[in-house]
Design a protein around this ligand. Structure first.
Ligand code: FES
Length: 196
C-alpha cells in the first residue's frame, strides 16, 4: 500500500464517525435508506446509488459510499450559494478548468442544481476525508474562511463547491462523480445521461 494514503479501515472509520464540524449545522453520516440501498454484491460491482434528496435538510451533508469512496451530497441554502461568487481570487481553479468534474458540473456552482452539491469526499492531496465546515469565518479555520471543507491531515481547504483554496497542499478541486436526476428529488450517483 502507498504509505501516504490512508487505508480502507481508516476511511471506513471516518465515514462512520461523520465528516462534519460546525455549530448549528452539525450533520452526521447518514446510513443508506434500506429500501434504496443496493445489495452488497451490487455495491462491490460499483452499482449506481439512488438517493431521496428529501432526506437531506437545508445546510446538511449526507455521505454515501460509492465504489468504496465517500460521496457527499450537500443541500446548499441560498446563503451558501451566494458565498460562491465572492472569493474567486482565493481559489486555484475558480472556473473548474481542470477535469475534476463532468461537463455538466463545470459551472460556478459545480453542480446540476445549485442547491445540491455532489462530490467525492476525498482530499486531492493525499486522500484524507475533509471535514464539513460550512460556517463562514470559523475562528479555527480562518477569518477569511468562506465555508466549505477542511482537511485535517495537512490543512487543505475547499469552498462549498469543492474548489481548492490557494496556498494549501491540495493541488486540485474535489472530484465530482457522474450523476443525474431521475426526478426532482431523486438523485442517481454513478450514472449519467452521457453514459450507459
Ligand atoms: S490529505 Fe493532505 S491536506 Fe488533505
Amino acid at each position: 500500500m502507498d504509505a501516504r494514503t490512508p487505508d480502507a479501515s481508516r476511511r471506513r472509520l471516518l465515514i462512520a464517525t461523520g465528516t462534519v464540524g460546525g455549530a448549528g449545522l452539525v450533520a452526521t453520516a447518514v446510513p443508506f435508506v434500506s429500501s434504496m440501498a443496493p445489495s452488497e454484491a451490487a455495491k462491490a460491482a460499483g452499482a449506481p446509488v439512488e438517493l431521496d434528496l428529501g432526506k437531506v435538510g437545508p445546510g446538511k451533508l449526507l455521505t454515501v459510499e460509492f465504489r468504496g469512496k465517500p460521496v457527499w451530497v450537500v443541500h446548499r441554502t441560498d446563503a451558501m450559494i451566494k458565498t460562491l461568487g465572492k472569493h474567486e481570487d482565493q481559489l486555484v481553479d475558480p472556473n473548474s478548468d481542470q477535469p475534476q468534474q463532468p461537463p455538466y458540473a463545470k459551472n460556478p456552482t459545480r453542480s446540476i442544481k445549485p442547491e445540491y452539491f455532489v462530490a467525492t469526499g476525498i482530499c486531492t492531496h493525499l486522500g484524507c476525508i475533509p471535514l464539513y465546515r460550512p460556517e463562514p469565518g470559523a475562528s479555527d479555520v480562518g477569518a477569511d474562511w468562506p465555508g466549505g471543507f477542511y482537511c485535517p491531515c495537512h490543512g487543505s481547504k475547499f469552498d462549498l463547491a469543492g474548489r481548492v483554496v490557494r496556498n494549501v497542499p491540495a493541488p486540485a478541486n474535489l472530484e465530482i462523480p457522474i450523476h443525474m436526476y431521475l426526478a426532482d428529488t431523486r438523485l442517481l450517483i454513478g450514472k449519467d445521461k452521457q453514459k450507459t
